[in-house]
Design a protein around this ligand. Structure first.
Ligand code: FA5
Ligand code: MG
Length: 451
């Protein structure tokens, strides 16, 4: 027999769930990796995104992302690193943000940018989410972590809501006998490269805007920064030299193939490193941002239970855009394709140039509407709705036009959606259906008025 209060509680709860389910579109719980996550007002991860967490492309030895990981790991074996490749993508807000010193109001924490399972759990937005546990566990001087990461983002050829990062870190102890000599030896042990480096900060690695941490001496900062930068130059060089070799093998005679590789260092900011930088690579006439890095904040090391004498660096490099260059892959969606004509082209240990199977025609459709003044519609929300209905048939979404009506003050937006499949020709009928679902969802969820 139920008591009166249990009956009331049960009833209230059921009603509440029905209500939540209707409004939020999410089930009461999400079952992921054998754990149940109770959904709440923070939940915003759609089923399609959850299903990507099963792919683990970086662990597939015959997939371009797996081949790239392997290429880098192979060249760092024997240099004192442990390799972690098995971390599951769900982490806590503590792991992804708090322990790294993200301020409470940092935009990265926003529901607009991040996929939450609930208030406390999210799909990691970067591999730095595992620095804390690796600093606790790792028994070698350094480590690498490769994993899939997730961000709510725009849609085009180089952006996908899931991509891959490789994290690296390396520590020393201040108690090492003659630490500076040791650092010099470790720098000398990094294989040299022919790369052209633009680095205004090499000899003066810190300043007021990009400060050093007070527990390190000036010379320690200079030496550890040099070790970090030479390590990344070595990494970038080995990948891009492979990219050139494979392009030449595929018959390319473009001019850039005869030029030495050029990189530049720019100052950056990350809450858990100081000083911090990004490395950019000059590739076919453009500077390509590929990696953030810096000297790890001592507080992060202390949070991991390490003693006060530890000091060192960390970096996080994006793998997908580099793999696109390395394998000549024109669209980031292809990595997720299950089409055999894609998968069969790549083999463990081999850098080969992608042979497009065909360029299937696309269909462009605009969606124009008046925004409901009480219901802000952020670009990332629109992208999510388009993605929910169009999935991998969406090649890009671009804001085409935006204006305010001079009399009514109403805001109008027009986005141009390019539907295009990597695998087949689309029919008008199927695009009409998807497009009207997109419009319907915008009306239901954000009360826009289609024009
Ligand atoms: C980070 O994610 C930091 N965790 C990097 C880091 C690690 C800094 C350790 C300091 C110490 P950022 O958001 O800039 O930083 O991303 C790092 C790299 O991931 C970028 O340089 C880029 O190569 C790649 N990246 C970022 N967003 C995307 C995206 N939407 N699609 C593909 N690659 C991306
Ligand atoms: Mg960046």
């Amino acid at each position: 027999m139920l008591t009166q209060s249990q009956r009331v509680f049960g009833l209230t709860r059921r009603t509440a769930f029905n209500f939540v389910r209707h409004v939020s579109k999410y089930p009461p719980t999400i079952d992921l990796d054998g754990k149940l996550y109770k959904t709440d007002e923070w939940t915003n991860v759609p089923p399609q995104i959850l299903s990507l967490t099963e792919r683990q492309l970086h662990q597939d030895p015959n997939h371009p992302i797996g081949i790239l990981r392997d290429l880098i790991e192979k060249n760092f074996r024997g240099l004192g690193y442990t390799f972690y490749n098995n971390f599951r993508p769900t982490v806590t807000t503590f792991q992804n943000f708090d322990v790294l010193g993200f301020p409470q109001d940092h935009p990265g924490r926003s529901k607009l940018d991040t996929y939450y399972l609930n208030k406390e759990h999210l799909l990691r937005t970067h591999t730095s989410a595992h620095e804390h546990e690796c600093f606790q566990e790792c028994e070698t001087p350094g480590y690498f972590i490769t994993a899939d990461v997730y961000r709510r983002d725009e849609i085009d050829r180089t952006h996908y809501p899931a991509f891959h990062q490789m994290e690296g870190a390396r520590l020393w102890s201040k108690n090492t006998k003659d630490l500076e000599k040791q650092l010099e030896n470790d720098i000398a042990a990094i294989p040299p490269t022919e790369i052209i480096v633009e680095d205004p900060f090499r000899d003066a690695p810190f300043n007021v805007e990009n400060p050093k941490q007070t527990y390190m001496s000036d010379n320690e900062v200079r030496l550890i920064s040099t070790h970090l930068k030479k390590t990344l130059e070595y990494l970038v060089n080995l990948v891009f030299e492979e990219a050139k070799k494979s392009a030449i093998k595929a018959g390319s005679t473009e001019e850039y193939l005869n030029e030495p590789l050029k990189v530049r260092w720019v100052e950056a900011y990350f809450p858990w490193t100081s000083p911090s930088w990004e490395i950019e690579v000059w590739w076919k006439g453009e500077w390509l941002e590929c990696c953030g890095c810096g000297l790890v904040q001592q507080q992060v090391l202390l949070n991991s239970g390490l003693p006060e004498d530890r000091l060192g660096w960390a970096f996080g490099i994006g793998l997908d855009r580099i793999a696109m260059l390395l394998f000549g892959i024109p669209d980031i969606r292809l990595f997720w394709s299950r089409d055999e004509r894609f998968g069969k082209q790549f083999l463990e240990g081999q850098i080969s140039t992608f042979q497009p199977f065909s360029k299937y025609p696309g269909v462009r459709r605009d969606v124009s509407y008046w925004v409901n003044g009480d219901n802000a519609l952020h670009t990332n929300d629109l992208m999510e709705i388009v993605r929910a209905h169009g999935g991998d048939l969406i090649e890009s979404v671009v804001l085409k036009d935006e204006f305010e009506h001079p009399k009514t003050g109403k805001k109008s937006q027009c986005y141009s959606i390019h539907y295009q499949s990597m695998e087949r020709t689309l029919t008008n009928a199927e695009i009409n259906k998807i497009h009207s679902n997109v419009e319907g969802d915008l009306v239901n969820t954000f009360q826009v008025e289609i024009r």
